[in-house]
Design a protein around this ligand. Structure first.
Ligand code: HEC
Length: 356
């Protein structure tokens, strides 16, 4: 077992194993009296009591966490049966309102000068029309128009509306999203905004009626807004759904008109999205002529006459002409009464016509 250097090279014995015999060591320094494992009954009961209260504390702790998790869950997604109690839905709605109100401000700043503060139309077409908002002015279409500019609408390379989206235009993708959110905002969504007419804060609501259903007589909105007014004598009025009285009335009246050329010629000038006259008077029961001068370059206008008020039943519809142009409309005889006249492209251009 001893290591003898002299013999090792010849015999090649395996390395000696260490001695594994356990050695008794006194490991505890405390006196033997404390190292007694037998428990007294009292001590055992104490241990049981203590471990019981520890389990109780653990149970309470786990229950607390579980109840908290559950309560937080319902706080986030809403308590069953309690409407509007979900924090997440509320946060989402707040975000929508934020986007819409930012879009509203962008619209007033950039678009209102052409499309009207209420989207009622002006240099640019009407945007707040329910038929248009139903399907024509959908999100993708709006995005395309704002990205490609007005030329996207009718393919007119000289469209008055520029590109809005970056990089060509001034608005970034978030601003485009906000604008779309505003244009599509339902009318039950209200928020605080600046009223452009007063400059004061006011409650603003969206244009779109989410419950709007197209009337059965409605024709689909044409892809190019100018087509809505094209050839009014061939198609019934698209905007009102009321067949124009002009086509049926004019054949009967025109021989009379040619036999005795209309004595009355009324000149109406459209300029800066407004008529120069708001009151006109014509002889009742006699055909007359309207010399219509459209001085708005590149902007279509017409004169239509409606019973009672500009929004009444259309009794005469002049062809839409794009400025700068002059046309003469032959208007059939009108029974005595009060009428309204309106540009059907720009329903905010109105006036009163009296036949007597
Ligand atoms: C310089 C006037 C002008 C401004 C400013 C303008 N637009 Fe236009 N917009 C037009 C004209 C004009 C058209 C019709 C396009 C054509 O036929 O060439 C049009 C068309 C549209 C259409 C398509 C309407 C339809 O019936 O298909 C939308 C949508 C639109 N504009 C939204 C906007 C928004 C949003 C802004 C503001 C960021 C804006 N426009 C600013 C003049 C303008």
């Amino acid at each position: 077992m001893t290591d003898t250097p002299g013999t090792e090279p010849e015999e090649r014995l395996p390395a000696p194993r260490p001695d594994l015999t356990p050695v008794r060591v006194e490991r505890l320094a405390s006196p033997p009296s404390t190292r007694r494992f037998g428990l007294t009954g009292e001590r055992a009961a104490q241990i049981v009591r203590q471990s019981g209260s520890a389990r109780w504390a653990a149970f309470l702790g786990v229950s607390f966490v579980a109840i908290f998790v559950l309560a937080y869950y319902f706080y986030e997604v809403g308590f069953p049966g309690v409407a509007g109690s979900s924090r997440m839905v509320k946060a989402q709605q707040d975000q929508v309102v934020t986007n819409v109100s930012r879009g509203y401000a962008l619209f007033q700043a950039n678009c209102a000068r052409c499309h009207g503060a209420q989207g009622q139309g002006g240099i640019g077409p009407v945007l707040n029309d329910q038929m248009k908002l139903l399907a024509h002015l959908n999100r993708q279409y709006l995005r395309n128009v704002l990205t490609a500019g007005g030329r996207y609408v009718c393919g007119d390379a000289n469209s008055l509306m520029p590109v809005w989206a970056q990089p060509v235009g001034p608005l970034n993708y978030q601003q485009i999203d906000d604008l779309i959110a505003w244009l599509r905002a339902p009318n039950d969504l209200t928020f605080e905004g600046i009223d452009p007419s007063t400059g004061q804060p006011a409650q603003i609501s969206g244009w779109r009626d989410p419950n709007f259903v197209a009337p059965p007589s409605a024709t689909p909105v044409p892809a190019c807004w100018k087509d809505a007014f094209a050839a009014p004598s061939a198609a019934p009025s698209a905007s009102t759904g009321v067949p124009s009285a002009a086509p049926s009335a004019s054949p009967g009246e025109s021989p009379a008109a040619s036999a005795a050329p209309a004595a009355t010629v009324i000149k109406i000038v459209a300029q800066n999205i407004a008529f120069d006259l708001t009151e006109i008077e014509v002889p009742a029961g006699q055909p007359f002529q309207i010399e219509f001068v459209n001085n708005d370059a590149g902007i279509p206008h017409n004169v239509a006459i409606a019973e009672g008020s500009p929004t009444g039943k259309v009794v005469f519809q002049g062809d839409i002409v794009t400025g700068v142009t002059t046309v003469t409309y032959d208007v059939p005889a009108l029974p005595a009464g009060t009428y309204g006249f309106v540009c059907q492209v720009h329903p905010n251009m109105t006036g009163t016509l009296t036949a007597k």
